[in-house]
Each structure stands twice: as structure tokens, then as C-alpha cells.
Design a binder for this molecule. Sequence first.
Ligand SMILES: Cc1cc2nc3c(=O)[nH]c(=O)nc-3n(C[C@H](O)[C@H](O)[C@H](O)COP(=O)(O)OP(=O)(O)OC[C@H]3O[C@@H](n4cnc5c(N)ncnc54)[C@H](O)[C@@H]3O)c2cc1C
Length: 360
Amino acid sequence: MAYDVVVVGAGPAGAVAASYAAKKGASTLIIDRKTEIGKPVRCAEVVASTLPENFGMKNTSEWLINEAHYFRLISPRGRQVKINTSPYVGYVLDRASFEKELIWMALDDGAELILGKPVTKLVKDGVAMGGEVIRAKIIIAADGVDSRIGRQAGIETKSKIGMLGSCAQHTLVNIDIDPDFLEFYLGGSFAPGGYAWIFPKSGNEANVGVGILKHHKQGAVKVLENFIKNRFSHSQSTRFVTGCVPSTLPPKECVKGNVVIVGDAARQVNPFTGAGIANAFVAGKIAGELCGTVAVKNNSLENLKKYDSLWRTAFEKKLKKSYRLRNKVLVKDRNIELFCVLLKIIPAFILRKLAKGLHY
Ligand SMILES: Cc1cc2nc3c(=O)[nH]c(=O)nc-3n(C[C@H](O)[C@H](O)[C@H](O)COP(=O)(O)OP(=O)(O)OC[C@H]3O[C@@H](n4cnc5c(N)ncnc54)[C@H](O)[C@@H]3O)c2cc1C
């Protein structure tokens, strides 16, 4: 089998990249080791409402579970900051269904899909799945955190100590919450170096998790247990997940030869919030369009280097600002307290402008 573009990984980055490569007329194949798209879910399942709209996702009823119009931040000393996110809305998703729609969109655009087979290595002019070789002019590595495919191409994708956030999350039922609020608990006693979150699916169900960004003697699972014991002592868990999220800046190069890395593989995750879906969409589109065009026109692979300048122009400044903010604010309870005081006094329209400078 031979394709213009092979995409390794059918997460958000891979699905969007494949869509846009196929739209350019490139024969495109997506390969994922999972047997079912979107499962298991390793996500707190929140995106800004503008994201799916901007990327033409229409089947809202399939994946939109809840809409939240407020953030509530809780500081180490219990100070509460309520932020109206208007005109933006926080969409709480059924992420598995959300990913399924993305893949259907890629298939509608002409991409093909193989599930249940891991790509084992890069080979000359293609990829291998065990003994089976698939030839490709260009390979998009959308294979997530610590991208093995990117590493094989010679890109520095391995995370060193301190470059990853460690997360644990329960989906809880039998709780009593306001579904209009996404809650963030900041400070060492909740989640050292990161935050604990409550993202409601309804008034009695929520994703409740922690992401800790520095070494903690108890680890994310224990930190989460303590948080739940204090906050939701009578709840039941219907799902438990652990996972890692990049919490540093992307590598210096995201292209090598005929390989381009995208999404978590390229650490294109907001280091302050740990959110990566929006950037995976934006970078996926850029990578897909460029790779599709280069492959169809048989242009020199040197042209792929444009990917690095294109995605960096689109959002690298936001990642750098968020990284600096994380290192200033989240590391010390005193700084978090001050941050929350400032959030309380800064007018809403300025807050919105500042947030736009950090996030999608
Ligand atoms: C607990 C947790 C909560 C999160 N919550 C949010 C949130 O609320 N909002 C948000 O925006 N972000 C969130 N994130 C981050 C977000 O999930 C990621 O940024 C996003 O999934 C990145 O998409 P991706 O396509 O790059 O990678 P992934 O979604 O990780 O997809 C990679 C795909 O590659 C496949 N793969 C890997 N290796 C191979 C191989 N060798 N062969 C074939 N297939 C392979 C995998 O099976 C997988 O399907 C969270 C992360 C965690 C861990």
C-alpha cells in the first residue's frame, strides 16, 4: 500500500491533520493502535465553544453534554473568584463521541483508517506495522505525549523530569454542584504546582481531577483521593483515568526529513491550563494543509520546514506567555493568592483580552 500522507494517531491532532491533507487531494491514511476511536477517555472534556464551531463540527447533540458560563477559582486561603466567560462558553464534552465525529469528518474528506494496529517503526519511505510496510511520501506523527515516531525521526520528543504534568481523574455521580461553573482549586494543599478541577456534566455528575506539575510525595492519585474525600464524601465513581500532559515548551524543531509532529507529540499544550485540544486542532490543520499540498504537488520535502514557522506564528507566543505565568503563579501559594486578588479587581473586558493572549 502507498499513500501521499500517513498519519500516526487518530486523536484530535491526527484526525484534523488527516482531514485537511485529504481536502488538498492527498491520498491519506490514519493508523491508530486503539480498537475504538476516543476510548479510553483520558480527558477532563472541556473546550471553548468557539473551537468546534470554527472547525465545522455540527453534530453537537452527539457530544455536547453541558455548557458552563462561569469559572470559579478557589485560592489556597479559600478566596473565591467568579469569572463570567461570556461571550465564550465552556463546552463539556463526551470526548469519545467528539473524536468519533472528527474521524467521520476526515473519512468524509477522503481519508482512510486502520484501527487496532500500532505503528512499530519508521522505515525508508514509510512506516511499519509489525511486518507490514505502508509506503508514504510524508508522515504526520500525531502519536501523543513522548511521540515515539517523532523520536525515531530524530526530533527531541522525549520528556525529561519536570516536563510533564501528572493527572488523575474520577467521573463522579451522586454529587450536588452548579452545572454552570467550571471550578479550579489552586494551591499546594489541593494540587501542588497545578490545580484540581470540577467540570460538571450536570448538576449531579462531574469530571473531578487533579494535575500536579511538580514532584509530590503522594502522587496525583492520592492527591485526588484526598480532594474527593474533603469535597464529595458521598459520591460514587463511574470512571477513573490517569494520564500525562506535556507541561513545557515544544521542541526547537517539529519537522525532520519527511516527518512532521503535531499535537501532544509536539508538546503544543498550554502549560498553564494543560489544555491541548484547541492547539491540536490549529496545528493539525496547518500540518495537514501543508503536507497535503507538498505531497500532491511533489514539492521538495524542504518545504515541510514551513510547518515550524506557520504553527509558531499561530500560537507559540501564547504558549510562552502561559509557561511564564505558570512558573510565576502556580509555584507558590502566596503568588496564587495575589493572582486571585488581581483577578477580582481587573475589569472583565481586560480579563477577556488577557485570556485571549494566552489561550485559543
Ligand atoms: C487527565 C487529562 C485531562 C485533560 N483534559 C483536557 C481538557 O479538558 N481540555 C483540553 O483541551 N485538553 C485536555 N487534556 C489534554 C488533551 O487530552 C491532549 O492535549 C489532546 O488529547 C492531544 O491530542 P493528540 O491528538 O495530540 O494526542 P492523543 O489524543 O493522545 O492521541 C494520540 C493517538 O495516537 C495513538 N498512538 C500512539 N502511538 C501510536 C502508534 N505507535 N501507532 C498507532 N497509534 C498510536 C494513540 O492511541 C492515540 O489515539 C487532558 C489531558 C489529560 C491527561
